[in-house]
Structure formats: structure tokens, C-alpha cells
Design a protein around this ligand. Structure first.
Ligand code: GLY
Length: 572
């Protein structure tokens, strides 16, 4: 038994807010929650996809935790109250700017199992099966989230045993589900039946309805094993056995050795300057930071601000830089531990100037001539983001995912958590689009132990070396283009945080060759884009769900949760 664990138990015994050892008390018990979308506070704030998860983070801040503590507690709570994307069976990325000036990027992306092969989804006729890379046991990479939580805990102040306590309470006592959660669980039923060997708590014969209580006893037991045994409480022992047994029942690949070998990795954050701001984001194996860098640098000298928000000129310019960056993604980006991603070439000012040499302000550059640039080097959309800041000025941005909504749709029998379907984020065959329509090749081919390319873009914008914006969003390949718009909306169009994330968005990723707009996008601009020759995709009800904290010049924190979902802020 480690010293740290003993300290945790002592803390739980003597310092929890009530005698029963609970973090949620009468005052903020799980059944009573309201959704607060916006708050301006002096000290700390948490913004996440679920009010109970934000509340869990806030309780931890108020108990003396820092932003890292609150981030860990919020992620664990999301694994209970937001099973669509909050997870133990998935992976994610954390970017942090600490009050002491330290900058962190933690990679806990899933990894291909040891037995994975490059062509594992291609049949004898050469046909690639996205059905297999997206659903069921073969779709899962080795989960990274739990390793990431424990690795980031090095920068936390409170015992892990306490940080996991709100999640345990939410799983054990349950919480009332909302109408949209009920609808989403009802929609899932057929897939649960198809992809599970043991029917999980989410499966039932009568439809779910708003107000039903979701109690997750198996998940509570899994969380308690982590509370007792740390990282080994997940990657070894009972939970590991349950995962491997599930794999055997469903012909999946993950072994006990795969689980034991998994490590979260510290990376150097991807950083660049934009008009005096320092942008800190995620490097490979996420393409997010690099794409953001390319897009922002391609617009930096073009006076976007003067063009005006959602003007045809601004939308056209931003669309063209999105297309160029995504074309490069398809060829050059993948896990840099396995493939020499030419990051400095792709962000070289001369290269970006060359990429923009074919740009015309009144017409689309043909997609065929946007083929990835020659850099001459040698060799669901369901994710969730949380933004956190504390009173000391530590800021954390985390984006975490199962990939599709409820991941592979397979719950580990007896463990209560969904496994990811992240293998689909590899290029399963050159030119075959993944669930987000993204294509890839060698750089992102499957290899044992390799991490699949992501688009997640947890980002912190610094002003005078202090956090100014903490932001991120779910949305698959739309993530980098949304984070791009969120930041541009503030820096170039002078918007407040609320408008910056909630105004309708647009997206282009080179291929498929279509411009996607969100409901509410200016019809006049849509018409202008069509007139210039852009192919318009189907209008979407919502693009992503951004969570943002903006630090005002007087130090106050403006925290805003996206209006597209039940996302909520909590702060003090
Ligand atoms: N699974 C979505 C992403 O990582 O980009």
C-alpha cells in the first residue's frame, strides 16, 4: 500500500464534507441539477457536456483542488453521466498551462492492439469493412483514458481516491436522465443487442424516458477498483480480466499484455504565435494543433477582421485554408512515433505561402489541384471537451472520446463501460473514408502499438503568457475547423465568448468536396458561396459543442457552455 494511497484514505475519512464520506451533499445531490450556460466568476470554472460533471469539478475546486484535480474529477463523472462520449474505455488529450508557467500536453490516445495488422479490415476481395472498424469488438483500440487520468494526477493536489468519489456516487446512486439522454439510449437499443455478449444496464425492454434514474452498479464497482488499486485497478486484475474475457467472447484483439503495456505519453505542446497571442495545442497523434497552426497562419496577413463575420469574403477565405490544411492531413499526418510527420515543413511560412499561391478570392481552387503540397521530406462524431481554470491561474483543456456515440456499442460484460471504436480513425485502406469522411494513407496506416490519428484540438490561447482562452469541442474532423472559428471569432471579429462558440459554424475538409453549414448560417452567404462555385453539403442541425473560458482583462473568468447540448458551467 503506497503512502499516497494511505493519504487518500485518511483524507476520505476526515475531510469529506459529510460524515457518510460523500462529496455530493444534500445541497447538491445528484437528482437536482439545472443547466447553467454562462457565468462570470472570480476564481474557478468548469465547463463540460453535463451539469453533474461540471458540478463534480467545482466541488473538487472548492475542496482545495487545482484545475488538474477538477479536470480528473470531471472526466470521471462524465464517464458515468455522459456515456455517449465520457469514458473509461476510450482515450483523449490534455493541454495545460500551469500557473508556474509550465506547459503540458498529455497523450492518452488509444493504441492498436499487438495483434492488429495493416489490412485487418480488408477481405480477400480487397474490400475494406468500415462495419468492422466501427462496431463491436474488433473496432476497439487499447483504452488510454485511465492511464491519462493517473498520469495527469502528478500535477494534482488532492488524492485520486477523493477525485473519483463523485463518479462513484453518481454511478451507485444514479441520476435522473434528461429527455435527450432517454432518446439517445432508445436509439441505441438495436446496436446494443447486436454488439454485446452480456446485455448492459443501458439495454431494456421498455423505452427510457426523461426522469428515469440510471444506476450503474457494475461501473461503480470498476471505479472502486481504481479507487483502491490505482491504475492497476483498471489495466490489471479483475477489470483487465473482464476486458479480455469480453474480447474472447466477441473475437476482439485486446490482450492482458496489451492492457499492462499501455502508457500515457507526455508530448511537447504544439505552439505558435498569432498576432501577439501564443496558441498552445495538441501535437501528434492529434492533427488538431498542426491543422490549427496551418489555418491560422494562412489567414494571418489577410485582414479577416475587416471582412466581417460570416461575410462571403471571410467564409470563402477560411474555407480555402481549411481545404488546404485537410489535404495535407490526408497524406502527412499520423502517429509521429511511427511516421516522420514533417511538422516544421508543413508550417514553414514559405510552404504556407506556396499553398496559398493558387488562392483566388472569388472562386474555389479545384479540389484536384489542392492535392497535398509537396514538402519534400524524407522519411462521432461523439467526443467531449471540458475546459477548466482555477483561482491560481492553472488552465486545462481536455478532449476525450470513444469516437462514435457510445463507441463500439460494446460494454465490457460485468464492468459497465463502453469500449471505443477508435480503430476507425486509422486509415483502414488508402482512400477509404472513415466515419468522418476523412481519408489517409501510409502515415496513418494500422500498426501494432501505433496511435490512430485524431482531430481533437484542446487549445489554450495565451496573452502575455497567461491563459486568455481555454477552448475545445467534439465533432470528429470538424473539431479543428471549429476551434479555428472560435478563436478567430474572438480575435478577429471581436466577439464575446458566448457568441464566439454559439454562432452558426461551417466546415470544409477538402474531401468530400462540400461546404457544410450549420442551421442558422446566413442564407445570403450560402447563396454567395454557391454563386462562386462551391458545392454545398447538407445543412447540419448542430456542428460540435464547444466549451470555453475566456479570461477578461480584470481577471474575471467568463465561462460559457455550448447551447447545442445540455452542456453546463459551474464556477465560483
Ligand atoms: N475520434 C475522433 C478524433 O479523435 O478525432
Amino acid at each position: 500500500m503506497t503512502m499516497r494511497f494511505l493519504t487518500g484514505i485518511l483524507f476520505l475519512m476526515f475531510f469529506l464534507p459529510n460524515a457518510s464520506g460523500q462529496v455530493f451533499t444534500e445541497k447538491n445531490q445528484p437528482y437536482q441539477y439545472t443547466i447553467t450556460k454562462k457565468m462570470v466568476v472570480d476564481k474557478g470554472a468548469v465547463v463540460s457536456a453535463h451539469p453533474l460533471a461540471s458540478e463534480a469539478g467545482l466541488l473538487i475546486l472548492k475542496m482545495g483542488g487545482n484545475a488538474v484535480d477538477a479536470t480528473i474529477a470531471t472526466q470521471l463523472a462524465l464517464a458515468v453521466v455522459y456515456p455517449n462520449a465520457g469514458n473509461l474505455g476510450g482515450g483523449g488529450f490534455m493541454v495545460a498551462q500551469l500557473a508556474d508557467g509550465n506547459r503540458l500536453a498529455l497523450d492518452y490516445r488509444e493504441m492498436a492492439p499487438g495483434a492488429a495488422t495493416r489490412d485487418m479490415y480488408i477481405d480477400s476481395a480487397g474490400v475494406a469493412s468500415t462495419q468492422k472498424s466501427q462496431n463491436g469488438h474488433l473496432a476497439s483500440g487499447i483504452p488510454g483514458t485511465v492511464a491519462g487520468l493517473f498520469e495527469s494526477h502528478k500535477y494534482a493536489k488532492l488524492p485520486f481516491a477523493l477525485l473519483i468519489q463523485p463518479a462513484i456516487e453518481l454511478a451507485e446512486k444514479g441520476f435522473a436522465i434528461t429527455e435527450s439522454e432517454a432518446n439517445s439510449l432508445n436509439y441505441l437499443q438495436g446496436n446494443l443487442k447486436k454488439n454485446n455478449t452480456v446485455m448492459p444496464v443501458f439495454y431494456r425492454s421498455v423505452p427510457w424516458k426523461a426522469g428515469d434514474t440510471l444506476i450503474q452498479s457494475d461501473l461503480a464497482a470498476t471505479l472502486k477498483r481504481m479507487q483502491k488499486n490505482g491504475k492497476a485497478g483498471f489495466y490489471e486484475g479483475e477489470t483487465a480480466k473482464l476486458i479480455v474475457a469480453e474480447m474472447k467472447r466477441g473475437n476482439g484483439l485486446i490482450t492482458e499484455q496489451d492492457l499492462k503495456n499501455y502508457v500515457a505519453k507526455w508530448r511537447t505542446p504544439h505552439e505558435f504565435d498569432y498576432k501577439g497571442y501564443r496558441i498552445v495545442s495538441m501535437p501528434m497523434p492529434s492533427s488538431g494543433g498542426l491543422l490549427l497552426h496551418q489555418m491560422m497562419k494562412m489567414v494571418e496577413d489577410r485582414n479577416l477582421g475587416a471582412m466581417g463575420f460570416q461575410s462571403p469574403a471571410a467564409v470563402q477565405l477560411m474555407t480555402e485554408v481549411m481545404r488546404r490544411a485537410f489535404a495535407d492531413r490526408s497524406k502527412y499526418m499520423g502517429d509521429a512515433d511511427f511516421y516522420p510527420v514533417p511538422v516544421s515543413k508543413l508550417t514553414d511560412p514559405e510552404y504556407l505561402k506556396m499553398r496559398m499561391s493558387s488562392y483566388r478570392p472569388d472562386a474555389p481552387t479545384p479540389s484536384t489541384s489542392l492535392e497535398p503540397g509537396n514538402v519534400n521530406f524524407h522519411e462521432s462524431e461523439e467526443t467531449t471537451h471540458l475546459s477548466v481554470i482555477d483561482g491560481e491561474g492553472n488552465a486545462v483543456a481536455v478532449t476525450t472520446t470513444l469516437n462514435g456515440s457510445y463507441g463500439s456499442k460494446t460494454v465490457v460484460g460485468g464492468s459497465g463501460f463502453f469500449l471505443n471504436n477508435e480503430m476507425d480513425d486509422f486509415s483502414i485502406k488508402p482512400g477509404v473514408p472513415n466515419m468522418f469522411g476523412a481519408i489517409g494513407g501510409d502515415a496513418n496506416a494500422i500498426h501494432p502499438g501505433k496511435r490512430m490519428l485524431s482531430s481533437m484540438t484542446p487549445t489554450i490561447v495565451l496573452k502575455d503568457n497567461k491563459p486568455f482562452i481555454v477552448v475545445g469541442t467534439p465533432g470528429g474532423t470538424t473539431i479543428p475547423t471549429q476551434v479555428f472559428q472560435n478563436i478567430i471569432n474572438i480575435i478577429e471579429f471581436g466577439m464575446n465568448a458566448d457568441d464566439a462558440i454559439n454562432k452558426p459554424k461551417f466546415h470544409h475538409q477538402w474531401l468530400p468536396d462540400e461546404l457544410i453549414t450549420e442551421k442558422g448560417f446566413l442564407p445570403k452567404t450560402t447563396e454567395a458561396m454557391k454563386a462562386m462555385g462551391y458545392l454545398m453539403g447538407k445543412e447540419r442541425g448542430g456542428i460540435g459543442r464547444s466549451e470555453i473560458i475566456l479570461v477578461r482583462p480584470d481577471g474575471k473568468r467568463e465561462a460559457v457552455a455550448d447551447r447545442r447540448g445540455e452542456d453546463a458551467v459551474a464556477g465560483y
